[in-house]
Design a protein around this ligand. Structure first.
Ligand code: E4P
Length: 239
């Protein structure tokens, strides 16, 4: 039987950039924060980054929310990070773990974290990266470390042992919280909770399944049978 949602220790964030969806989820007290990224923003049809972010921050005022830098040059990333951070106290600045030339972002992360910018280091998939980010943020501002467990699972690898090891690697850094990023199914919320992961950021589509938690499986089976029956009827199939 699934643990009741109210008993979970993992914080659930909503991952997405669809304004209406974000505001609807803001009304749900279970949603403890928000993350966005340039891909989600592009998908949502956002053309003006600053206007979108400021509008959202006018409504979502009291929960952590991440916006990502989008330059490939560290100097420009730093300038963008300082501007994004200036938009509010709850704002986390997402910094990709490297640029596209595979030059690592750790020195930038260290600088930002030590001038008080809350960073959310993103796109990690290796424990070595987690180790380096932990060292970079040691003694700095509150921060998040986003390990893309779902993308790891997409490669046929079980992400749970790696995520559990990441929890341990970050234990010496109380200012750092591990995010289980890119979950692929609702079960991942319970897996993240079981290993003591601090946060999981979940797409709006997967969050729609929250109402299924603990559902009676006999009833769910019958609903599924009815769905097939109704759809075959509606399609007018004949043999
Ligand atoms: C996390 O902050 C990311 O926005 C997100 O989880 C990306 O997931 P994806 O693998 O579905 O792109």
């Amino acid at each position: 039987m699934a643990r009741p949602l109210a008993d979970l220790r993992v914080k659930i964030f909503a991952d997405g950039a669809d304004r209406d969806g974000m505001l609807a989820l803001y009304r749900n007290p279970l949603i403890a924060g928000f993350t966005t990224n340039p891909t989600l923003m592009r998908k949502a049809g956002i053309a003006d980054y600053r206007t979108f972010a400021k509008e959202i921050l006018g409504e979502i005022t009291d929960r952590p929310i991440s916006f990502e830098v989008f330059s490939d040059e560290f100097e420009e990333m730093e300038r963008q990070a300082m501007e994004i951070a200036s938009w509010g106290d709850k704002v986390y600045v997402k910094i990709p773990v490297s640029n596209t030339r595979e030059e690592v972002s750790y020195p930038l992360v260290r600088r930002l974290s030590h001038v008080g910018v809350k960073v959310n280091v993103t796109a990690l998939m290796l424990l070595e990266q987690v180790r380096e980010v932990g060292a970079a943020v040691q003694g700095g501002a509150s921060c998040c470390v986003s390990v893309f467990a779902g993308r790891i699972a997409d490669t046929g690898r079980d992400p749970v042992p790696l995520m559990a090891a990441a929890v341990e690697l970050l234990r010496p850094y109380p200012n750092a919280e591990l995010i289980w990023a890119s979950p692929r199914e609702l079960l991942n919320i319970f897996q993240a909770d079981a290993i003591g992961c601090h946060i999981i950021t979940v797409t709006h589509d997967v969050l729609k399944k929250l109402s299924l938690v603990g559902k009676d499986l006999g009833k769910y089976s019958l609903e599924t049978v009815k769905m097939f029956y109704e759809d075959a009827r509606a399609a007018g199939f004949r043999l």
